[in-house]
Design a binder for this molecule. Structure first.
Ligand code: ADP
Length: 582
């Protein structure tokens, strides 16, 4: 998919599937334009006959009036057909682009998504894609038709009198010369407006996301400076842009359609000098009235052409961004042992979050990652989950380098339960079913029972059919956590990652959740990231992370003996100087 190229070429890469629809729409638009010219010819014909003092019958006028009326009606009908075909094709094209963008997000490394402001992708997928509606649905048929109509009119004018035909065009270059003073900077200004608009969207999304904090700390909306600045920046940019373009736009709109200013005096001159007949003069005046209106309409689309390259540039930027590197097709994965061999990983190429680590997470055992905040525990877990590619070294699952394992094969082996488990604004039933798309209601309910949340779900207003609110906002943290565990249980993946899963749960909930987790992890390869060391003293293997490296590993007792770091963490956790909580 090329990034550069003409804006039209860029847009047609996507609209290609529907090119026959667009062709039909152009054909109907042209027919509509031709029909729209009939009234002008009818009027010219009738006026000419009246001027010539001919004693035509009433039926002659009725016939031409009927022709004019038919012209108007057919213009409307064919225009309607053309627009409806082009809109159908356009909305189908937009749907495909949006689906491509959504599919792309899943294949992109998490970093590319999480490191962008949360409004960015919404902006591209919703607003930018919406921005191609006008160019695609209107530009093709209407611009073709609106350029063709004046060309046909002009041919007629040239046939009647080439001098007046040329004179009738004078206002166009004059109008365009005036307009060009602002059009030169249009592309640049539009690009800036998209950038500033994007900043405003991001600020608004962030503001809405943080509304709780703003309320809790009694901040009025005006005190959220970033939001206020973004809105002001957007408003003043558009005000400045429109102000600078206002004079030229008004002059252009006044000058360009004033075709009679030139045609009338020159026509009269030619008529008085005897080089133009009265009938020709009148016909030319009438036809020239219909000449510029479509041309002006066509020109109004030029700003849309200028927009297309910015819009398509943003869409292509997402579609062409690097994907998680998965070249393998159907690699055979033997078991679920996870192995890091000299793995280095950096989020931003500046600081390594993991530094040359080598460790084995054995199949069917519970391995715990412990260490101070920022030591790299979550990063290691997220590499296993396939959210990012390793920067250096190899990570393998079941003896296969993950870069040889198709991403969906890797993710289907893993259930990831996080601290902030996201729930969709759907029913409880559907949220749990995300663990296994084809699960029956019964399977969902069984998973909920095992996760210890069947009771509270049935107590909700609509039981399993209760909609949980945006991001699960209608439920408590503990309830969301249990639903997430039920979801993971339903998935029944052989590898389970628990990322600080019980860190912020109240004691009452904790017993239920621990119970649920115990069922979830039975017989699985488990990786637990725990702050509270007392929860992992029984783990088969505890890996002590320190500043992106593995400082030590072993069982709890071994580490207490051999690892100074683990011992100090344990002491800090238990709050005792030399003893341990057993
Ligand atoms: P832990 O889970 O042990 O608290 P993390 O794995 O989250 O530690 O973080 C390890 C290092 O990587 C830290 O220095 C942290 O600041 C950095 N880090 C974590 N997530 C990101 C991210 N999305 N982008 C950039 N740096 C990150």
């Amino acid at each position: 998919m090329e990034k550069k190229g003409s804006p039209f070429g860029m847009i047609m890469q996507y609209a290609d599937t529907y090119k026959s629809k667009y062709a039909c729409s152009v054909v109907f638009a042209v027919i509509s334009v031709v029909c729209g010219m009939i009234p002008y010819f009818a009027v010219a014909k009738m006026v000419t006959v009246i001027m010539s003092d001919s004693d035509k019958m009433m039926s002659f006028y009725v016939k031409w009036c009927a022709a004019a009326a038919a012209g108007y009606v057919c213009k409307g009908i064919f225009n309607g057909i053309s627009t409806s075909i082009s809109h159908t094709a356009t909305y189908l094209t937009m749907k495909e682009i949006r689906l491509k963008l959504i599919a792309k997000l899943i294949r992109m490394p998490m970093g590319a998504i999480t490191n962008s402001p949360s409004g960015h992708y919404k902006d591209v997928i919703v607003d930018r894609v919406e921005g191609i509606e006008v160019p695609l649905a209107h530009l093709l048929p209407e611009m073709t038709a609106n350029v063709l109509a004046p060309v046909l009119m002009l041919i007629c004018l040239f046939i009647l009198d080439w001098r007046l035909a040329l004179i009738s065009l004078i206002t166009i270059p004059v109008g365009m010369a005036v307009m060009s003073t602002t059009m030169k900077s249009y592309g640049e200004n539009y690009g800036k407006s998209v950038e500033i608009g994007g900043r405003m969207t991001n600020a608004i999304v962030e503001y809405m996301g943080g509304i709780e904090v703003i309320k809790a700390f009694s901040q009025s909306e005006n005190s959220y400076e970033k939001y206020e600045n973004a809105v002001n920046e957007n408003a003043s940019f558009f005000y400045g842009w429109m102000k600078s373009a206002q004079w030229a736009m008004s002059a252009y709109n006044a000058i360009t359609p004033s075709v009679l200013l030139t045609v009338l005096p020159f026509g009269f001159l030619f008529y008085s000098s005897g080089s133009l007949s009265a009938a020709e003069f009148i016909t030319i005046v009438i036809l020239s009235l219909g000449l510029l209106e479509p041309l002006i309409a066509a020109m109004n689309y030029t700003d849309n052409i200028a927009r297309v390259s910015t819009v398509m540039g943003q869409i292509n930027e997402v579609l062409e961004s690097p994907e998680i590197n998965r070249t393998g097709k159907a690699a055979k994965i033997n078991g679920n042992t996870i192995e890091f061999r000299n793995v280095t990983f950096s989020y931003d190429n500046e600081k390594d979050a993991l530094k040359n680590i080598s460790l084995t997470i054995p199949e069917g055992k519970v391995s715990a990652l412990v260490g101070h905040s920022g030591s790299g525990k979550s990063t290691a877990a997220k590499l296993i989950a396939g959210f990012w590619d390793v920067t250096d070294g190899t990570l393998s699952i079941g003896g296969q380098n993950v870069s040889d394992i198709p991403l969906e094969k890797q993710t289907e082996r893993i259930a990831y339960v996080e601290q902030n488990n996201f729930l969709f604004d759907e029913t409880v039933m559907e949220n749990i079913r995300k663990g296994k798309a084809d699960a029956t209601d019964e399977e969902v309910i069984n998973a909920a029972k095992s996760a210890g949340c069947d009771g509270f779900i049935r107590g909700l207003d609509n039981g399993y059919q209760t909609v949980v609110g945006s991001a699960g906002g209608h439920l408590s943290g503990g309830e969301r956590q249990r639903i997430a565990i039920a979801r993971a249980m339903l998935k029944d993946a052989p590898i389970v990652i628990l990322d600080e899963a019980t860190a912020y749960i109240d004691p009452e909930n904790e017993a239920v959740i621990q119970n649920a987790i115990a069922k979830l992890v039975r017989g699985k390869t488990v990786i637990v990231i725990a702050h509270r060391l007392s929860t992992i003293t029984d783990a088969d293997n505890i890996i002590v992370m320190d500043n992106g490296t593995v400082a030590a590993h072993g069982r709890h007792d071994e580490l207490l003996e051999n690892s100074q770091l683990y011992r100090s963490m344990w002491q800090a956790h238990t709050g005792t100087k030399g003893g341990a909580e057993q």
